[in-house]
Design a protein around this ligand. Structure first.
Ligand SMILES: CC(C)C[C@H](N)C(=O)Nc1ccc([N+](=O)[O-])cc1
Length: 370
């Protein structure tokens, strides 16, 4: 097995590379080259489908069954929706953006020509805010982005137009120990896990597909079409999950904790309306973690879901599961994860792919009764 310390450092570098790319939903073409460069040396075939999913195939020694790994490439962001006469930009959300995460943030706008323009989300200073106004979080329609322009003409000269996109402007940084902070860990952390695991997988009996999906944050869209095209026997999504192990959260609501290993999902979504992991997949993932002495935690979260829940509904159904990276403050510019969880998630995913034999994959896909 790969040495953990070395793997953590490699994952730090890979995650830094992936989070430095600005690619919100619908604009994943901006991260295609980075993803393809991590896959192509390790795949028998790599292609980009019509929606923009990047798909890599590593052929198995037996064939006749397949495992689809899926991690989404998109990040949440903003659309420039209107340009004011005085050069300020109005914005609308791409995906689950809470207004409170936007206040006073720096953002980076990606123009249609590929140029980047920096901006800030401004608000009145405390000196002139009435107490009742200070308590209130403005609605997104009240917010604006200041790019330093003084007129609509200025904005146009800078190449910024309605329909351009913005994301948090935040470089990844180290915190104490093995903790790191940054933007877009949802789901560049899962993407990093999938890319690294795909590089490490060897002696797989079944065909393994690594799919970097598009538009997860706006409705699990890329995973739906990729699953239809591949028609996998079984699927595993790699995504972040809610770590709420911080002050003010009751122990019973600390769904996962940083540094306790990747989470193996049991269920997600409101009232379990997202994924309920196929029982054989759940047992298999737990068995692999235990055999390989990989620390893990079990996860039931009451909100949010992943690509796995739409892949599970492909055609006649696909047994699906999720390996999650616990993350604090998801959908903010200051998400926090632990590199140990990231590295162990790679090892767990690698071993799942290597141990998922063709016979087992075919058996759980359909049990012939008579
Ligand atoms: C904590 C979640 C499982 C993380 C996940 N990447 C997520 O935010 N998913 C998600 C999926 C779909 C929507 N949607 O359609 O609004 C939002 C978030």
């Amino acid at each position: 097995m790969v040495e953990l310390g070395k793997l953590k450092e490699e994952m730090y570098g890979l995650l830094q590379k992936l989070t430095s790319v600005h690619a919100p939903s619908g604009f994943e073409y901006l991260i295609h080259d980075t993803v393809i460069s991590e896959l192509e040396r390790h795949a028998d075939k790599v292609w980009v489908d019509s929606l923009g999913n990047v798909i890599a195939l590593k052929k198995g020694s037996k064939g006749g069954a397949s495992l689809m790994l899926a991690a989404h490439m998109d990040e949440i962001g903003l659309f420039v929706s209107y340009i004011e006469d005085d050069g300020f930009l109005r914005v609308t959300p791409i995906g689950g953006v809470l207004e409170r995460t936007l206040l006073h943030q720096r953002v980076v706008i990606v123009t249609r020509s590929g140029r980047t323009v920096k901006g800030v989300i401004g608000l009145k200073p405390p000196h002139v805010v009435k107490p009742e106004e200070a308590q209130k979080i403005p609605e997104i329609k009240e917010l604006f982005v200041d790019i330093g322009a003084s007129s609509r003409d200025d904005v146009e000269k800078m190449g910024v137009r309605v329909g351009d996109v913005a994301v948090f402007d935040r470089a990844m940084e180290r915190l104490a120990g093995d903790r790191v902070t940054g933007k877009a860990f949802d789901d560049r952390a899962g993407l990093a896990v999938m890319l690294k695991a795909f590089q490490l997988i060897e002696n797989n009996e079944a065909d393994v597909y690594a799919v970097a999906t598009v538009q997860e944050e706006v409705g699990l869209k890329g995973a739906r079409t990729a699953a239809f095209a591949i028609s996998p026997s079984v699927a595993i999504a790699l995504d972040v999950t809610i770590a709420s192990d911080f002050p003010g959260v009751a122990k019973s609501e600390q769904f996962t904790r940083l540094g306790r290993g990747p989470a193996i999902k049991i269920a997600d979504g409101r009232n379990a309306s997202g994924l309920i992991t196929h029982p054989e997949i759940l047992n298999f993932m737990v068995k692999v973690a235990e055999e390989e002495k990989i620390p893990y935690q079990l996860e039931v979260i009451p909100g949010g879901t992943t690509d796995a829940s739409i892949i599970a509904l492909n055609k006649e159904g696909v047994p699906a599961g999720v390996v999650s990276v616990p993350a604090r403050y998801i959908h903010s510019p200051t998400e926090v994860i632990d590199l140990n969880d990231l590295a162990y998630a790679v090892l767990l995913t690698e071993k799942i792919a290597e141990k998922a034999g063709v016979e087992w994959l075919n058996r759980i896909r359909m049990r012939v009764v008579k």
